[in-house]
Design a binder for this molecule. Structure first.
Ligand SMILES: O=C(CO)[C@@H](O)[C@H](O)[C@H](O)[C@H](O)COP(=O)(O)O
Ligand SMILES: [Zn+2]
Length: 189
């Protein structure tokens, strides 16, 4: 009997075979993130649904640990504070949930990382716009054609797939690769 996983694994393998095309973009993003942290800045992560989970997972790899014991690194997910999320949505608009936190917490030289499989989530777009305005670097971790976020972000990594679940699986692989690059770049690995 064919494995329950066969179809997804075949799709994933086909996608993995193309990921080397992202090497340069991922390396540049890792170097940028390391430079931001080296200079005393922080990484702000945001996204919806699965990408909200990725945001908190990847921020925790940095404040906690990824591979080795080392000093904690400044990273924060904007998708985790239910009081901020409900207040900003209720009083302003769901489109503003990340942008308003960027306004409150972002400083020039920080890096905002927006994760979106479509590249078209309004609240991530608004966060990137606000970040640009305030002088933050912006990285889009995207999928499909990169959507509206691709041209807005100063850096982007676009996973070449049309399938949300496969894009998300590639995003977490890329996210872990970024964490490894950051530790290497900072001499912490
Ligand atoms: O995890 C999944 C689908 O696998 C969903 O929760 C998914 O993340 C949500 O539908 C998001 O709202 C999609 O947003 P985006 O990736 O297009 O920005
Ligand atoms: Zn999912």
């Amino acid at each position: 009997m064919a494995s329950l996983f066969l179809h997804n694994v075949q799709q994933q393998q086909a996608l993995l075979a193309t990921l080397h095309t992202l090497d340069e973009a991922v390396l540049q993003a890792g170097q940028l993130a390391a430079q931001v942290l080296r200079q005393g800045g922080k990484l702000l992560w945001c996204g919806n649904g699965g990408s909200a989970a990725d945001s908190q997972h990847l921020a925790a790899e940095l404040t906690g640990r990824f591979v080795q014991d080392r000093r904690p690194l400044a990273a924060l997910a904007l998708s985790t504070d239910t009081s901020a999320l409900t207040c900003i949505s209720n009083d302003y608009s769901f489109d503003e949930v990340f942008a308003r936190q960027v306004q409150a917490l972002g400083r020039p030289g920080d890096l905002l990382i927006g994760i979106s499989t479509s590249g078209n989530s309004r609240n991530v777009i608004r966060a990137v716009q606000e970040a640009q305005q305030l002088g933050l670097h912006t990285l889009g971790l995207l999928g499909r054609d990169g959507g509206a976020l691709r041209p807005l972000c100063s850096h982007s990594i676009v996973v070449p797939s049309q399938t949300t679940a496969r894009i998300q699986e590639a995003h977490i692989l890329i996210g872990h690769t970024l964490c490894g690059l950051i530790e290497q770049e900072l001499g912490l690995a």
